[in-house]
Design a protein around this ligand. Structure first.
Ligand SMILES: Cc1cc2nc3c(=O)[nH]c(=O)nc-3n(C[C@H](O)[C@H](O)[C@H](O)COP(=O)(O)OP(=O)(O)OC[C@H]3O[C@@H](n4cnc5c(N)ncnc54)[C@H](O)[C@@H]3O)c2cc1C
Length: 510
């Protein structure tokens, strides 16, 4: 569903508005693509796989716009050449040429990233992996899947379903994001609580290094202690160390039974004890515990995400929690979930007002759609400043409220353009999505938000990026979560892999 929506969004982007960023654009000295370069690229790739405003291709610049514009319509590059290679060899040859000619390269997956990492800063070439979308192998016994990096996450899930397996990750952008993009951003999402991070489930990678060398580490082994685990460096490197072309990943057996329930809570203070109780009672079958504050819920409903709960169920609710269970025995799992609900409702001081339990696969999807649809609802409501932070669970509400009050004190709340300050996210992982929804992106709001939000995160010893990454948006804030020694080591690793600095320049490192 999302992929169709994205296609429409992209097609309708006609007059992108350039936003002034509070931090200046990164400075790098790289060459622009010229006609000789395009001539050379057209010997590596069929002309149909190249979009370029330069001869001999001469595409209309509007056709390049979707590749130059990020999902939030916040960051705009000026690339004149986009390539869609079909094989690892093609990627390698393009990158080798760019390395020799000192041309910047931006690896791009589904372009659903939320930190401006997948679009050029200036006129770097874009290498979009969308045409590398073949499944290379799947072993139904071990559950190990090997796929091209450009496979869309949802297509992989659809491929696995008849074979009784599921991907170990799931996110609202599944209809558009690529598995390569997921690995490059170390995407978290809705299943991390159960299946852990991609640092655990990715078993091997094939990567084209910034000089064009193909690093083949596409292992299908669960265990391999032969020195440094190089693939880990590429997981979460956001395209700054190389282009991921193939992914080997451990998928999970599909659960025989899945249930979900949305719980309406009278107070945020109840979230923590509720999480503790749900973990205690549901133990091994609890697979998601997601938090939605009241404003986020109201926005999701307003913009048609999922089906609204009954008036009576939401009355008096300050926030909501979506709990999912996945297990192997329907009767056992349902008994556990019903037991939890009964004990919550019958307690002397109930932690919840009500619980809405899905009764069919359609209702299961509708409840999930409320949570998954928040990002999209926010983008329909206005322009979002997105802070994806890790902080202690108990401080979620305080961070949202403090930010709202701060914006009020700066005179930018409501009358001054900020419409809503909302919080939602993966409570079970300590990950809050703090979104500030405004009429428009303005310097005044950005100045009010930064460094305020990052200093708030630092106060809680949190992370300025729980899962979306650093991209272009947060390079100036990296030091809030990484000390000088770590940043220095990151720089040395970057220059070891990419001495000419061509790979996704200006991203991640300040
Ligand atoms: C509605 C919605 C919901 C979302 N929910 C979540 C969520 O729950 N959890 C979460 O973590 N994120 C979420 N995101 C953010 C985003 O979807 C993820 O970051 C996703 O993993 C990006 O994948 P992509 O293929 O779109 O990558 P892109 O946006 O194309 O690129 C992202 C970064 O990865 C690099 N990259 C992409 N492909 C490659 C490659 N093959 N090799 C090397 N580098 C590459 C790019 O250069 C860029 O730096 C959401 C986004 C949206 C729009």
């Amino acid at each position: 569903m999302l992929s169709r929506h994205l296609a429409r969004r992209i097609a309708s982007r006609s007059t992108p508005r350039v936003v002034r960023l509070s931090h200046s654009l990164p400075d790098f000295q790289l060459n622009s693509v010229n006609e000789q370069d395009v001539e050379h690229f057209s010997k590596i790739l069929p002309k149909t796989s190249i979009l370029s405003t330069l001869a001999p291709i001469s595409t209309e610049s509007s056709e390049l716009e979707p590749y130059n514009t990020d999902w939030m319509n916040k960051y705009h590059g000026k690339s004149n050449t986009v390539m869609r290679p079909r094989t690892t060899q093609e990627v390698s040859e393009i990158v080798k040429w760019c390395h020799e000619r000192r041309i910047g390269v931006v690896p791009q997956g589904g372009n659903t990233g939320l930190v401006g990492g997948g679009v050029p800063v200036r006129d770097e070439v874009v290498l979009n992996l969308g045409s590398m979308n073949k499944i290379r192998s799947f072993d139904p016994v071990s559950g190990i899947l090997v796929a091209d990096a450009g496979c869309i996450l949802e297509s992989l899930s659809e491929y696995l379903a008849p074979q009784n397996h599921i991907m170990p990750l799931d996110l609202g952008a599944k209809g558009s994001c690529h598995i390569g993009g997921n690995v490059a951003t170390n995407a978290g999402g809705l299943r991390l609580l159960r299946y852990g991070s991609l640092h655990g489930s990715v078993l091997g990678l094939e990567v084209v290094l910034p000089d064009g060398t193909i690093l083949d580490q596409l292992s299908v082994l669960r265990k391999d202690n032969t020195g440094y685990d190089l693939k880990q460096l590429f997981i979460g490197s956001e395209g700054t160390l190389g282009i991921i072309t193939g992914v080997s990943i451990l998928t999970a057996p599909a659960p025989n039974s899945s249930n979900n329930v949305i719980l309406a809570l009278p107070s945020f203070d109840n979230v923590k004890p509720l999480f503790k109780e749900a973990k205690r009672q549901l133990s091994e079958i609890m697979s998601a515990f997601e938090f939605i504050d009241r404003t986020a819920y109201d926005l999701a409903v307003k913009h048609g995400q999922g089906r609204a709960l009954n008036e009576g169920d939401v009355e008096g609710a300050e926030c909501f929690v979506l709990v999912e269970t996945s297990g192997g025995n329907r009767e056992h799992d349902e008994a556990k979930l019903n037991g939890l609900l009964e004990s919550l409702l019958e307690a002397d001081q109930p932690l919840i007002n009500t619980g809405v339990l899905s009764q069919s696969p359609a209702q299961f999807s509708q409840l999930w759609a409320i949570r998954e649809g928040i990002t999209e609802a926010v983008s329909k409501e206005g322009k979002a400043y997105k802070y994806d932070i890790s902080i202690p669970l108990g401080s979620f509400k305080e961070v949202v409220d403090t930010t709202r009050e701060h914006l009020r004190s700066k005179g930018v709340l409501h009358d001054g353009a900020v419409k809503h300050v909302i919080g939602y996210g993966h409570v079970g992982d300590g990950n809050l999505h703090l979104n500030i929804v405004a009429e428009a992106y303005t310097q005044e709001i950005e100045d009010a938000l930064e460094p305020f939000v990052y200093e708030l995160v630092a106060k809680y010893k949190g992370s300025v990026s729980a899962e979306h990454g650093i991209g272009l948006m947060k390079t100036h804030a990296l030091h809030y979560s990484k000390n000088a020694t770590s940043i220095d080591l990151m720089r040395r690793i970057k220059s070891l892999f990419d001495p000419h600095g061509i790979m996704n320049p200006g991203k991640v490192l300040p």
